[in-house]
Design a protein around this ligand. Sequence first.
Ligand code: NI
Length: 177
Amino acid sequence: MARLTILTAPDPRLKLVAQPVVAVDDAVRRLMEDMVETMYAARGIGLAATQVGVAQRVVVMDLSDMPEAPKQPLKMANPEILWHSDQDSSYQEGCLSVPGVFENVTRPDACKVRYLDEQNEVRELNATGLLATCIQHEIDHLNGTLFVDHLSNLKRNMIIKKLEKAKRLGQAAPVAF
Ligand code: NI
C-alpha cells in the first residue's frame, strides 16, 4: 500500500467531475487500499479519489474512529444516491481538502446509496446520521463540490482567502477530518 498526497483548496483538480469506473478490478482495489491508508494517516473519516487527484468515482469511509474500535473501512465505486429523506439535519463538517475549517452544513438526514463493493458486487446501503452526511459529502467531491460550496458566497470567499494565505506562507493548517 502507498500513502497518497491529499489536494487542498483552492486546487482546480478538486473541481473536476469524476468518471465512473468500468469495473472494480485490481487497479481500483489498489486505489481503494491506498486511499484507506491515506485516510487513516490523515485521521479522516472519509476520502474521495478526487482528493488524491484521481478523477474516478471511488470513495472510502470509516466512522469507527475510536482507537480501540476495529477498523471497518467502507469502499465504494460509482456510489449513487437512490433516495434521500425530506427531513434535513445539520452537522458541523470538516474536510481533509479544506484544512482547519469546520462549518455547519444542512443535508438530508437519511439516504439510500447503491454502489459497487471491492468484489465488483452491486450493494445498497441505508444510511442515517453521520454516515449519511459523510456519504453525501464524499459524493459531492466526485461532482467537484466542496462542503464550503454549500455556504454563502461571503463565507466561502473568506475561507478560500484564508487558505490561499496559509498556502503562500507555507503554513501547515491543522487537520482533523
Ligand atoms: Ni471532504
